[in-house]
Design a protein around this ligand. Structure first.
Ligand SMILES: [Zn+2]
Ligand SMILES: [Zn+2]
Length: 341
């Protein structure tokens, strides 16, 4: 099969042996795999060794089943929950499954476990979630980022009337704003990229281009600042900005990947009573809810997909990840044979 292999800090498509099904697992043919800030961070900071196959946001069709697998068969379509929660640790047993060390250290596509940037992937049946016929398997690649946003909104306790500010309108920011609205929150988003602000408007969300007056405008509209600010830009300096934007006694939910230090003014957090809530991953229940939200079209994710590319285009997608201003969610489709222009 063709797979995108990371070698010497670059991606190239190589021909590698097809994965063989083992007991309790299936071989999934990938319909699409999304790229996010976590993948970009792994690439940029060289967090995985040579030979790794990235990709944790994917879905597809079962093409082979291993011994003992009875509830899945060839042709079944599934989304992959890439985090193998152990289900036994103190965190898993105490409502903090998203922090399970076994899960986070062995996530498919992030840890050395071969991921979705390939034609086929070996997946344990414990990681499969059945797709209803209403859900396009390419769109199901967005279940993972939607679940990440759902966890952030849940952690931020967004209820009817909660005033919400979202910094950064990439996939996580837009999904957070959409879910916050669904929970009855009143939200405003900010981004310095006009195309992302336009996408937010197209989704019926309140959003502004991030300039000197934008924070003041949001403070005005929310009568003193949002109750909760969801930091989804991934810019370390944005964390302090979130604390300044939030109303006194408010909370900041941090939901991106951060790979650089940030300067904060602890005195400001202290005197304004701002809580910081770091939000990583999701619980399996939240993953299942996210899948339902997409399947029932309660969240319309189609507008977030701004490009579907071939595996051969992976390197250029990563090269443009931080600079391509009109991109929101990029999917890689292993069935496409378009070569890099
Ligand atoms: Zn991701
Ligand atoms: Zn656990």
């Amino acid at each position: 099969m063709r797979a995108v292999i990371l070698r010497d800090g670059r991606f190239s498509v190589e021909s590698v042996p097809d994965p063989k099904p083992v007991a309790g697992s299936v071989v999934l043919q990938v319909a699409a795999c999304g790229i996010c800030g976590t993948d970009h961070g792994i690439f940029k900071n060289r967090l995985l060794p040579d030979g790794a196959i990235l990709g944790h946001e994917f879905a597809g069709t079962v093409v082979e089943v291993g011994n003992g697998v009875v509830d899945w068969q060839e042709g079944d379509r599934a989304a992959v929950l890439p985090i193998p929660f152990c289900g036994r640790c103190e965190l898993c047993l105490n409502d903090k499954q998203n922090l399970c060390r076994h899960g986070l250290l062995n996530t498919i596509g992030c840890s050395g476990e071969a991921g979705g940037l390939a034609e086929r992937v070996l997946v344990s049946t414990a990681s499969l979630r059945r797709l209803p016929s209403s859900l396009d398997p390419q769109l199901a690649a967005l279940v993972d980022p939607l679940a990440v946003a759902l966890h952030a909104v849940n952690l931020g306790s967004v209820h009817p009337g909660t005033r919400v500010g979202v910094l950064g309108l990439g996939p996580l920011g837009l999904f957070s704003a959409l879910i916050a609205r669904q929970h009855g929150g009143m939200g405003f988003g900010l981004d310095h990229r006009p195309a992302r602000v336009e996408c937010a408007h197209a989704l019926g969300l309140g959003a502004f281009t991030s300039d000197d007056e934008a924070d003041e405008r949001i403070r005005d509209l929310t009568n003193g600042g949002p109750d909760v600010v969801i930091e989804a830009s991934g810019r370390p300096e944005s964390i302090e900005r979130a604390a300044t934007l939030a109303r006194v006694g408010g909370r900041v939910v941090m939901v991106s990947s951060y790979h650089a230090p940030a300067e904060i003014k602890p005195g400001r957090w202290l005197t304004r009573g701002i809580s910081l809530l770091p939000s990583i991953a999701y619980t399996s229940q939240e993953f299942e809810t996210a899948l339902e939200l997409l399947a029932m079209r309660r969240i319309d994710a189609t507008q977030l997909v701004t490009g579907v590319h071939s595996l051969e285009e992976t390197q250029s997608v990563f090269d443009r990840f931080e600079t391509q201003n009109d991109a929101i969610k990029i999917l890689l489709d292993p069935t496409l044979r378009r070569s890099e222009a």
